[in-house]
Design a protein around this ligand. Structure first.
Ligand SMILES: [Zn+2]
Length: 392
């Protein structure tokens, strides 16, 4: 068997950063054999300038929206954003699938190996069948008026069946607390058992307003989208408390955005989450800045020892699908967070959330997580010029 031996200024294992005396040994295909000291590594080392890391996990993306890059104006708020996404329909299928192909290439080149991808159609399926990246497909279900629950569920279920038939890892998930009726929750909850689920959570301030007081921009959104909201009686509790119990039987829950999450929400989750259930908090920093120009309370998530993971969201609300660019934005805004923690979020934490840490997320014997080189670093710190590329 042929071995390859990698050495750089630092080696991030998925858990910690080792110094430049550590050598990563893989087979030709990139399966991890060992990490040894340079003195016992022998010859033929491949030496790099920068930090070596396992491949990145993009825990939240919408590949099917890649053709909307640059179409939606920045910093106009979630309601305007959602309205634009659902009404921008003047694209032909070739344009959409070409954009998907291009976006996947971009993710591959900048070190992403696995993607939690939201799907509202099957346009990305063909690309995913090439098995270039690992995909966890989240077929999104939405429908606010209780009367549309049956039809919306059936539509999503058809997409779900198509993905499953093509042997893609696929789960049925709710879009957001404010877009799924109780009837619809009732239909999808049986699909959560022992599975991975994801939901857009507290992305806008008005989400909690909508559930506590029944007013705010979400009411306006339903008005302009001509969705009848007259049936709605606000339950007078915070958004998270209206739905989280539905995830009782899920093995892994990924809450996406969390821009307006509060300590009382984290306390609520701690109290009611099932034993052995992993709850992850996905940060999509560049999309948050693009849409709402506000970042989540990352310090609070850290203090509560939350499993933080990283997503790019879609090219409709981001200029690139690049995990290192997300880490750079976070480290500029939260300079106290050590690089070791940021890289854990981008690798092993995401792999655990998507339940593929048996093969991805760290340099542990037997895994094949991909090897990424992060260049233009300043010691153990990212700089504005830092860039990541896949080297194996
Ligand atoms: Zn999203």
């Amino acid at each position: 068997m042929n071995y390859r031996k990698f050495k750089a200024n630092y080696l991030f294992t998925g858990k910690n950063i080792l110094d430049n005396k550590s050598v990563l040994i893989t087979d030709d295909a990139g399966k991890i054999m060992d990490i040894v000291d340079e003195s016992s590594a022998g010859n033929d080392l491949e030496v790099f300038n920068g930090i070596l890391s396992p491949g990145f996990i993009n825990a939240h993306c919408h590949l099917e929206l890649s053709h909307l890059k640059g179409c939606i104006p920045e910093k106009t708020g979630l309601v305007n954003f959602v309205f634009k996404v659902v009404t921008e329909r003047h694209f032909d299928q070739k344009e959409i699938t070409d954009a998907i192909d291009k976006a996947e290439k971009e993710m591959l080149q900048c070190g992403i190996v696995a993607v939690g991808d939201i799907c509202n159609n099957t346009l990305s399926l063909h690309q995913k069948e090439n098995n270039i990246l690992y995909y966890t497909n989240f077929i999104e279900v939405s429908g606010w008026h209780p009367d549309v629950a049956e039809a919306r569920f059936e539509k999503s279920k058809l997409y779900y069946d198509e993905f499953v038939q093509k042997k893609q890892e696929t789960f049925l998930v709710p879009h957001a607390p404010y877009s799924v009726s109780q009837n619809l929750w009732g239909k999808i909850t049986p699909y959560f058992t022992q599975n991975v689920v994801s939901i857009h959570n507290q992305e806008t301030f008005d989400e909690d307003e909508f559930f506590i007081n029944g007013f705010g921009s979400l009411v306006e959104m339903y008005k302009i989208m001509k969705v009848d909201n007259s049936f709605y009686q606000p339950p007078k509790i915070r958004s998270l408390q209206t739905y989280f119990a539905n995830f009782e039987r899920a093995a892994s829950v990924i809450l996406v955005h969390n821009t307006f999450i509060q300590q009382q929400d984290l306390d609520y989750i701690k109290n009611i989450k099932s034993k052995n259930q992993l709850v992850s908090f996905c940060l999509c920093a560049n999309a948050n800045i693009y849409i709402e120009n506000k970042l989540p309370p990352i310090g609070m998530l850290l203090q509560n020892e939350c499993n933080i993971v990283i997503g790019t969201d879609s090219l409709a609300s981001n200029y690139q699908l690049n995990i290192l660019e997300e880490l750079k934005t976070i480290s500029v805004n939260f300079p106290g967070i050590p690089l070791e923690a940021l890289l854990q979020w981008a690798t092993i934490n995401g792999a655990k959330a998507l339940q593929n840490s048996d093969k991805l997320g760290s340099f542990e014997k037997g895994k094949q997580p991909g090897i990424v080189l992060i260049e233009n670093v300043n010691g153990k710190k990212l700089t504005q010029h830092s860039a990541a590329k896949r080297i194996l």
